[in-house]
Design a protein around this ligand. Structure first.
Ligand SMILES: [Zn+2]
Ligand SMILES: [Zn+2]
Length: 394
């Protein structure tokens, strides 16, 4: 039974917070207004609030009234994207070129709603640590918080995350017992040949032709060296080189991203790429240099904690509305860094249809305010189930 009622006062407040955040999107490590608002609200609810982790991170703790020492962390991300919003509704972005196109405004509002509710209903034991992190979108705010001692300063037995998911019906959840999101690596390949006259290619070494060979060849890593039962992606997304019709350029740069669900596949992609870059370039008399950077590890749920999430969501919306182990996403998520430090799970909450530009990172996207009470209630029920008196006083 849902306790945070639809269209009740808390839902209306969450909608108001969410739309205010949507109007004022801020990107990686610059979430100053957002963090100030979050900290101010949490303080007004009576939580103990700590600011400054990773710059704009906000962490708040709430003690339950029942005896017990357990503690769980609940995490929301606060940052927006560098994207020009194309919506025209009243609450659309007022910051040029910035947009809450991934729904982190909604994640923040849901966790604030849960904090407010729990501050008024402390029928749990131990403590809840509310983690509002900056810079999820490619800048690894979660990693910075961990490096700055998040879990040393705030002890938690487990940590949980949630992301809205367009394409999954509103009112539904998805829970993965293992891999949820892929790892994200990025790379730059510099191919250096020898520039020359476009009409006299024999006098130089053409890096454009080498780049062509390499682009085709790199796809064979997935097709021919990866076990067909495993998954991975190699995508060249940028090519730069040359600026005249009649000049063979001196060098060409290729850039892109790799995705995987396991460290072993990640390792394979990097090592095979390195071999091909070096040797294919050499075969043409050019020089290849690979700069390969691991940005986010894959997001892997702990099966036991995923099971807890499945139980809590099933009790909330019925087992029919909880998808267990749908295909994971090739997107990436820096909650993975938190899951490397503490056991836990990251689930998806349905945001409704993804059609008509309502997918993540689309300039027409908007978080679905109808799911705010459900998301907040999930957090509340998770706390009540995990921090019940019996579990934690032993
Ligand atoms: Zn995103
Ligand atoms: Zn996101």
């Amino acid at each position: 039974m849902a306790l945070i009622s639809k269209e009740g006062p808390l839902h209306q407040q969450m909608r108001q917070w969410r739309r205010d955040l949507h109007q004022h999107p801020e990107t990686a490590f610059e979430e100053h207004r957002t963090a100030a608002k979050v900290a101010q609200l949490l303080t007004s609810f009576g939580l103990e609030v700590h600011t400054g982790l990773a710059g704009t991170g906000v962490v708040a703790t709430l003690q339950g009234e029942l005896p017990g020492l357990g503690s769980i962390g609940l995490r929301a991300d606060m940052d927006a994207l560098n994207l020009q919003e194309l919506n025209t509704f009243e609450h659309c972005s007022t910051n040029q070129g910035k947009m809450h196109g991934c729904g982190h405004d909604g994640h923040t509002a849901m966790l604030l709603g849960a904090a407010k509710y729990l501050s008024q209903h402390r029928n749990f034991s131990g403590s809840v640590v509310f983690i509002f992190q900056p810079a999820e979108e490619g800048e690894a705010g979660a990693q910075v918080m961990c490096e700055q001692g998040l879990f040393e300063k705030f002890k938690v037995d487990a940590v949980y995350g949630m992301h809205n998911w367009p394409g999954l019906e509103a009112g539904q959840f998805a829970v993965h017992s293992n891999a949820v999101m892929a790892s994200m690596d990025v790379f730059d390949i510099k191919i250096t040949g020898q520039g020359c006259h476009g009409g006299m290619p024999h006098l130089g070494v053409d890096p454009v032709v080498v780049a062509g060979q390499l682009i085709s060849s790199l796809q064979s890593i997935i097709g021919r060296t990866l076990n067909p039962l495993e998954s991975g992606v190699v995508s060249i997304t940028q090519m730069q080189g040359g600026d005249a019709y009649n000049v063979v350029p001196d060098s060409v740069t290729l850039s892109g991203t790799c995705r995987a669900f396991s460290a072993s596949v990640q390792e394979l992609l990097e090592s095979r790429m390195r071999i091909q870059v070096t040797n294919i370039c050499e075969a043409f008399g050019a020089r290849g240099e690979l700069d390969y950077r691991r940005v986010y590890p894959s997001t892997i749920n702990d099966p036991e904690h995923a099971n807890i999430c499945a139980t809590v969501t099933s009790a909330l919306v019925g087992a029919d509305n909880v998808q267990l182990d749908p295909a994971p996403s090739m997107g990436a998520e820096d909650f993975s860094f938190m899951l490397q430090q503490r056991p836990g799970a990251y689930i998806w909450i349905g945001n409704g249809s993804s059609e008509g530009g309502r997918g993540l990172h689309n300039p027409h996207y908007d978080f679905n305010d109808e799911i705010l009470p459900l998301g907040a209630q999930y957090w509340v029920n998770l706390v009540q189930s995990q921090l019940s008196e019996n579990d934690t006083t032993a």
